[in-house]
Ligand binder design. Structure first.
Ligand SMILES: [Ca+2]
Ligand SMILES: [Ca+2]
Length: 171
C-alpha cells in the first residue's frame, strides 16, 4: 500500500535534486573534477580536463577562483605531489605575458617574487608562433624540462589546468 504522506516529500526531493544538479552544472564543474584542499594554506585546487588556457581561466572564474598562482616553493611542490603523474605533460598555471611580451604576471592579480622557470624558459618559442602562457612541467613533457619547473606554452594547445580557489579566512 502506498503511503500518500510520502508523495509531497518525493516531489520536494525531486525539485531539490534538479535544483542542486543545475547549480552544480552552472558552477562549471564536470563530474570528474574534485576539489582538493591544501592543508598548508587552506586553498582549494581543481584539475580541469584539457582545454585552452583562456577556457580554463573562464572555468576557474565560474568556480570562484583563478588559474593557480604559485606563491612559493612549498606550493609548487604540493602541486607536483598532488597533480603531476607519470603521464602528465604540461599543466596550465596562471602566469602569462599576454598583455606585455616578456612581462609575466599572475592572472589572479597576486604579486609574487617566486619563479621556477626551467633553464632556457620562458623562450616565447617562435616555432610555436610565440608563447604567452605558463605551464608546470610534468614527467611526460616533450621538451624534457625538469618536473616542477615552468615553461611558457603557445595559445593553440589544449592542456589540463590547475585552478586555485582562495577562500576567505574565517575568524
Ligand atoms: Ca597560490
Ligand atoms: Ca616555452
Amino acid at each position: 500500500m502506498i503511503n500518500k504522506n510520502h508523495f509531497p516529500q518525493k516531489i520536494l526531493l525531486g525539485f531539490l535534486t534538479t535544483f542542486l544538479s543545475l547549480s552544480y552544472k552552472n558552477s562549471g564543474f564536470c563530474e570528474d573534477m574534485i576539489k582538493i584542499t591544501n592543508r598548508k594554506n587552506q586553498h582549494q585546487y581543481v584539475l580541469t580536463p584539457e582545454m585552452s588556457w583562456q577556457d580554463a581561466q573562464n572555468l576557474a572564474k565560474k568556480m570562484g577562483g583563478n588559474l593557480v598562482t604559485i606563491n612559493d616553493e612549498k606550493e609548487n611542490q604540493w602541486l607536483v605531489d598532488t597533480f603531476v603523474k607519470s603521464d602528465t605533460n604540461f599543466l596550465w598555471i596562471g602566469l602569462n605575458d599576454q598583455e606585455n611580451e616578456g612581462e609575466f604576471i599572475w592572472v589572479s592579480g597576486e604579486k609574487s617574487d617566486y619563479y621556477n622557470w626551467a633553464k632556457d624558459e620562458p623562450n616565447d618559442n617562435p616555432k610555436q608562433g610565440g608563447e604567452d602562457y605558463g605551464v608546470l612541467n610534468g614527467f611526460a613533457n616533450p621538451f624534457n624540462r625538469p618536473v616542477g619547473t615552468w615553461s611558457d606554452a603557445p595559445i593553440h594547445v589544449k592542456l589540463k589546468a590547475i585552478v586555485e580557489i582562495t577562500l576567505p579566512i574565517l575568524p
